[in-house]
Design a protein around this ligand. Structure first.
Ligand code: F6P
Length: 544
């Protein structure tokens, strides 16, 4: 048994859960009409309502005691001061510096001047591309940007450029290629003109197989469709921490945008990895994105925990995962432009907190990160909400929506939000037997039909949701929302005593794929694996 699950704060929460779980969420609302006032928090343009979570004041007090027991205040200070809290990689985790102002040192070197230098480089470059001062090899202006990267070198920029589509500048279309599956690159390049296409090769390590393979194929396409070796310098730029690998690939270091090992891949959109964002929406909007995140950083670092949005979001997640035993978490944006937000959070949360070993090297005896997934509303309502309402598992969900739409089309936005409010209400309250009986009776069903339909029409309710409303999805608010979730993940990692900044779990598959690729290139039958893997490989070889 770990000290965490034996600790007084943990045991008190367990006892509290046994008592509180006897009460339906509907009863909590009936007993206390002030739940919204008591359990909603706001910061700038963001409102978070936790009232539809199974919590009382006592829950919050006990969760805060757990946070203090796990030394959350000192961990926040350690992260913000640049301490090497990524202990397995001996690195600081300083994404907050990328959007900050305060001087910070890493290994005795002041990093703020470096951050500002690269931001200025991004600014000059994006203005030059947008204004046409920097052009392609035929002197035509660039019309298309193809970002080649994967994981954190893809998901953040894709998610943000999609979410900020209303801010996209005319004349430049961003494209993203991540998958090693040749279809993505082929389909992207099919309609593009090499003379007007700029490639951004984005890889922290510059060793990632998918990215380098796609980058090589893109270069080949460029050379076979009109570009020459000398023109590569005009059409290919790199974003990386690995200067020598960038040079080896054939990109002039003058065309490289640097970042640093203290920026984790899934925390990197604030660095030069955000270059496609700046190219698509302009550097001013990129600065606003940083400013929004910085304001959330300040809120996180200085606000008492009971009013602290990321702290409370993280602790409510702990309450669900560790005390109610939930293992999935749905992210449901009621905003089509946020359609990649769930995928972005999937990497942020699952790669950070999908761990079973503590900072001290012990196997945990408690649950850690949930399975995160989701789709925009209302689409999800016509797909998987059936399970959310009437399935056997409880899946806590975050509902997110802007109050104002960028697309004021007739009644669409009101209808969208009506669905948001209806779904969270339905999940909380459900529809009990008595209500269903009355409804069916009013439809004049005969007794036999009524009894047959009755159990199918009951909604148990008591399904927890957190609602996040914000005024408008502008760059600043989006920056704040992303930082909110980054810090939520950090809060949970501190409670679980795990390192959220490494990702050793991605290594084994990569190693094995390297070995298997060699086997796929040979004509011989493969027998070096288990029977299933041998069988599958040999079937593929016979049928490729
Ligand atoms: O394989 C996982 C991972 O290392 C992620 O953490 C990272 O975001 C992604 O691969 C891409 O890595 P890189 O930017 O080094 O190409």
């Amino acid at each position: 048994m770990s000290s965490l699950t034996q600790s007084s704060a943990w045991l008190a929460l367990q006892a509290h859960q046994s008592a509180l779980s006897q009460q339906h969420l509907r009863a909590l609302f009936q007993n206390d009409p002030q739940r919204f006032e008591k359990f909603s928090l706001s910061f700038n343009d963001i409102l978070i309502d936790f009232a539809k979570q199974p919590i009382t004041r006592e829950t919050i007090d006990l969760l805060l005691a757990l946070a203090h027991q796990q030394q959350l205040p000192s961990w926040i200070t350690r992260m913000f001061s640049g301490e090497k809290i990524n202990s397995t990689e001996h690195r600081a985790a300083l994404h907050i510096a990328l959007r900050g102002e305060q001087p910070i040192e890493v290994d005795g070197v002041a990093i703020m001047p470096e951050i500002k230098r690269v931001l200025k480089q991004m600014e000059r470059f994006s203005i030059a591309v947008q204004s046409g001062a920097r052009r392609g090899y035929t002197e035509k202006i660039f019309t298309d940007i193809v970002n080649i990267g994967i994981g954190g070198s893809d998901l953040g920029p894709v998610m943000v450029t999609e979410a900020l589509k209303p801010y996209q500048l005319n004349g430049i279309t961003p494209h993203f290629v991540s998958n090693i599956d040749g279809s993505q690159l082929t389909e992207t390049l099919r309609h593009l003109d090499p003379a007007t296409t700029l490639f951004v090769i984005a890889s922290k390590t510059f060793t990632t197989q998918e990215t380098l393979t796609n980058a090589n194929s893109a270069r080949q396409w460029f050379l076979t469709h009109g570009g020459s070796e000398q023109d590569i310098a005009l059409h290919f730029v790199a974003v990386s921490t690995n200067r020598s690998a960038v040079e080896k690939f054939g990109i002039n270091p003058d065309n490289m945008f640097e970042f640093w090992d203290w920026v984790g891949g899934r925390y990197s959109l604030w660095s030069a990895i955000g270059l496609p964002i700046a190219l698509a929406v302009g550097m001013d909007n990129f600065y606003s994105l940083l400013a929004g995140a910085h304001e959330m950083d300040q809120h996180f670092a200085t606000t008492p925990f009971a009013e602290n949005l990321p702290v409370m979001l993280g602790l409510i997640g702990i309450w669900q995962i560790n005390f109610f035993g939930t293992s999935a978490h749905a992210v449901l944006p009621y905003d089509q432009s946020m359609h990649r937000f769930p995928a972005y959070l999937q990497q942020l949360e699952m790669e950070s907190n999908g761990k079973r070993i503590t900072r001290d090297g012990e196997v945990v005896d408690y649950a850690t990160g949930s399975v995160v997934w989701g789709e925009p509303g209302t689409n999800g309502q016509h797909a998987f909400y059936q399970l959310l309402h009437q399935g056997t598992q409880t899946v806590p969900a975050d509902f997110l929506a802007p109050c104002q739409s960028h697309y004021p089309l007739a009644q669409h936005h009101r209808m969208l939000l009506a669905n948001f409010f209806a779904q969270t209400e339905a999940l909380m309250a459900g529809k009990n037997e008595q209500e269903v009986r009355a409804e069916l009776a009013s439809q004049r069903l005969n007794d036999a039909s009524l009894e047959q339909l009755l159990p199918h029409k009951i909604f148990p309710g008591n399904r927890p949701t957190t609602s996040i409303l914000f005024k408008k999805l502008d760059p600043k608010t989006l920056g704040a929302l992303i930082a909110l979730y980054e810090h939520k993940v950090f809060v949970q990692s501190v409670i679980w005593n795990i390192n959220p900044f490494d990702q050793w779990g991605v290594e084994l598959g990569k190693q094995l794929a390297g070995k298997i690729l060699t086997e796929l290139e040979q004509d011989t039958t493969v027998a070096s694996h288990d029977a299933s893997t041998n069988g599958l490989i040999n079937y593929f070889k016979a049928n490729q």
